[in-house]
Design a binder for this molecule. Sequence first.
Ligand code: FE2
Length: 422
Amino acid sequence: MLDLLVRNATLPDGRTRMSIAIQDGRIIEVAEGLAAPAHETLDAHGLLVSPPFVDAHFHLDSALTYGQPRVNASGTLLEGIALWGELKPTLTHDAIVQRALQYCDMAVARGLLAIRSHVDTSHPSLLPVQALLEVKQRVAPYLDLQLVAFPQDGLLRTPDGLHNLQRALDLGVDVVGGIPHFERTYAQGTESIKLLCELAAERGKRVDMHCDESDDPHSRHVETLAFQTQRLGLHGRVTGSHLTSMHSMDNYYVSKLIPLMAEAGLGVVANPLINITLQGRHDTYPKRRGMTRVPELLAAGLTVAFGQDCVMDPWYSGGSADMLEVAHMGLHVGQMSSQAAMRQCFDAVTVNPAKLLGLEHYGLVPGAHADFLLLHACNPADAIRLRAARLGVWRRGKRLASSPAPVVQLHLPGRPGGVNFI
Ligand code: FE2
């Protein structure tokens, strides 16, 4: 007797009338029209059943602090960093924990069940690290939280920056972060990448670095990141986040760079909502979009994910843990409007970030965890178009969240009494 049988599901790869058999928190079979006795049967009515959303890039320590102590007047990355510096002395362990838990509630409601969050390691107290390690433990029954040791104020620019980051890893932070474009000089940025990649190699860690988050076409730290990855044999374990300078780089140089990134097996995270908001702030017109070259990187075989990055914090006043909103923006900014490209945008918030995080047993395949969503959409493109309601969210075969279908009552002469958008 199965625990749960999902019937009549459409899967992201286009297969229809599919059944998913679930036992002991695992998927044991995925087949068309499967019928088997089960304690519970769920009829998907032909709607899309997807693996859960994964956010490859977030900042849980600063989330939901918008307006504290003031808002970012210029809207730039640099004012955001300065503003976060003003806020940090006022932070408390409990306040960080409570905000993070509140955000994770929103995430689960949106079907977002795995988050890679950077955590600021600049201050020797490591207050945000201690708080998010507690949160990681508390949310573990329902959400995978992976933490990146992030030297927000610069690894070499901050007194004891490297030592503080190493202490964060000692405490249990999972991934090595960095911010080479914020070091005092280009040379120090280069040096920071070397130090951090060597640290990751020594400790057997993954790397995820904020890299070239600027409009400067000559900011080329990603070249160094690819080199150090290849030199140290870290292939498949290193991610470059943002890479917005690639938007502004010379095309000839990029024609050399992308194959080097592919050779190193770099992962890439674009953060469409933030990139389109922060980049191009020094432009008059035309204003650059600033998102990295997503279609070109995908075409070269790199794994590209879209991240949320910020929600209601010193850098961004919007967001609600909705990875379909992120994919929607990525689709538009990247002009990824073909059927195939829209599907790629869906992968960029599901399977691709799962790969970058190294999530095990992810996906709708036999042997995987029974983690899945029922979306009010018929296919991935429609899910993005509608920012589809998450009708149900399951983890390990247990329902974590439910939402009603968004049906609007209409009162129009000679027209149907309602519309449900699909
Ligand atoms: Fe970030």
